[in-house]
Design a binder for this molecule. Structure first.
Ligand code: ZN
Length: 443
């Protein structure tokens, strides 16, 4: 019998290179011009489907989804602004951020003053190209660095946006891993951003490797990984899958998981669900700086899952939250901002949360009158002595005391102040000695 509890953040040797592999997938997806609909999303999903079992869905334009309607599909082949000498001074082929996402097609010759009405910059970061969208109002525009804007001279400019905005489909992908029960954990990533790495290629790529890792394991829960455009994607999925939502027992929206910032967990709407407790405990015992924030109806797709008509137990795991890092929604959210080490750390934290949820159970102490005699069962000898022996003993005593059917293992960890790994290990040892019996799970 092993004498130490495994650490909570346990990335095994097999997964040591995971950060680099996740970063490689981010790099592969980076050049693609994604949007809330169109070929960029499909191409992205096809690449994900090389790595995991992905079922793709196509929802036609015009489909009513609660208070929303699936919009026209947007595709773009090319876009540029040429100066009087015919040079492409703003060029979609250099960066897809140069075009306002969802721009309607345009071909025109404009004066500088007319052109400027359609130009967007971020003066506070004069070298960066901002990311702008125009999903729900028909418009067009270009984004460029503020320094480049200042250099533009008077004259005639030729503008071309070779895009289409026509009836089509909204695409999303699902990877379903069947566990022992039909109860589900939902993991959601938005896939609508073009060449932006932390928001949200970091999470898309990380989720792919998470699904691959879980697909090799015997699972208690079934897992549903959902890759869909922000807001309209989750709303569409919720509308089409409303009948099965009661199966969702836990959920995580993943976003911005590759930057240098500390990990942040945003609680579900009710704030005290098992996923909230598991994520909180994991961060408290991670040995690293972290932040836990309450739910607010602002952020990513947890807004939809936590809308009052659903109120699902879905939190959001991030590093630096959206809008709070300077590179957010600019060309500086690039392959240098996300680092393999931070991706690996986020990956380990996701797995640690899942490890808690997979093993968290209620037990009944089979010898509740007085402490059971641990020495006569050899439990002191097998787990006592040596460094950490006192903690292991204490963990057993806490489990025995609180295994009254009302406390799950996570609650015992919370109340004892000990790490979940130590509590889980103590419970395993006690169960092997018939001192604990698992409670029947109702239904
Ligand atoms: Zn974003």
């Amino acid at each position: 019998m092993e004498s130490t509890a495994p650490p909570l953040l346990n990335v095994e040797d097999r997964l040591a290179g995971i950060g680099g592999e996740i970063h490689d997938l981010v790099a592969r997806l980076y050049p693609i011009c994604r949007s809330i609909t169109g070929e960029g999303v499909r191409e992205t999903l096809r690449i994900l489907a090389e790595q995991i079992q992905l079922e793709m869905s196509e929802v036609p334009t015009g489909t009513n989804v609660f208070d929303w309607t699936v919009p026209n599909e947007w595709n773009i082949r090319d876009a540029y602004v040429k100066n009087a000498s015919g040079e492409r001074i703003i060029d979609f082929r250099r960066s897809n951020l140069h075009v306002v996402n969802y721009s309607v097609p345009v071909r025109a010759r404009l004066s500088l003053m007319e052109l400027k009405e359609h130009l967007h910059t971020a003066p506070e970061h004069p070298d960066w190209i901002p990311y702008r969208t125009s999903y729900y109002s028909e418009d067009w525009g270009f984004c460029l660095s503020h320094n480049q804007l200042l250099e533009l001279t008077e004259g005639e400019y030729e503008v071309c946006i070779d895009s289409t905005l026509e009836p089509g489909h909204l695409s999303y992908g699902e990877c379903y891993l069947e566990g022992q029960t039909a109860d589900e954990m939902l993991i959601y990533c938005h896939v609508c951003h073009p060449s932006l790495c932390n928001d949200n290629l970091s999470s898309i790529a990380l989720a792919v490797f998470l699904a691959r890792e879980l697909s090799r394991r015997a699972l208690r829960y079934s897992y549903r990984f959902l890759f869909a455009p922000g807001a309209i994607g989750s709303i569409t999925w919720l509308r089409l899958n409303e009948a099965g939502l009661s199966k969702i027992k836990h959920g995580l929206v993943l976003s911005c998981l590759g930057d240098a910032g500390r990990s942040t967990y945003k609680k579900s709407r009710s704030g005290d669900t098992e996923i909230d407790r598991a994520a909180t405990h994991m961060l408290q015992h991670s040995g690293r700086d972290y932040e836990i924030v309450d739910f607010s109806p602002w952020g990513h797709d947890e807004r939809q899952f936590c809308s009052p008509g659903f109120d699902l137990p879905v939190g959001c795991l991030m590093r630096t939250p959206h809008g709070q890092f300077p590179e957010y929604h600019t060309s500086a959210d690039n392959l240098d901002l996300v680092k393999p080490g931070f991706l690996a750390d986020s990956f380990a934290k996701c797995l640690a949360i899942i490890d808690i949820l997979e093993s968290n159970r209620r037990y009944l102490n089979q010898n509740p009158k007085g402490e059971p005699h641990l020495g006569k069962r050899g439990l002191y000898r097998s787990i006592g002595g040596g460094p950490g022996g006192k903690e292991r003993e204490l963990a057993m005593l806490w489990v025995l005391n609180l295994a009254d059917g009302r406390h799950d293992l996570l609650a015992i960890a919370e109340r004892s102040g000990l790490g979940y790994g130590a509590i889980k290990y103590a419970a395993d040892v006690l169960r092997e000695h018939d001192l604990l019996r698992e409670m029947e799970v109702p239904g």
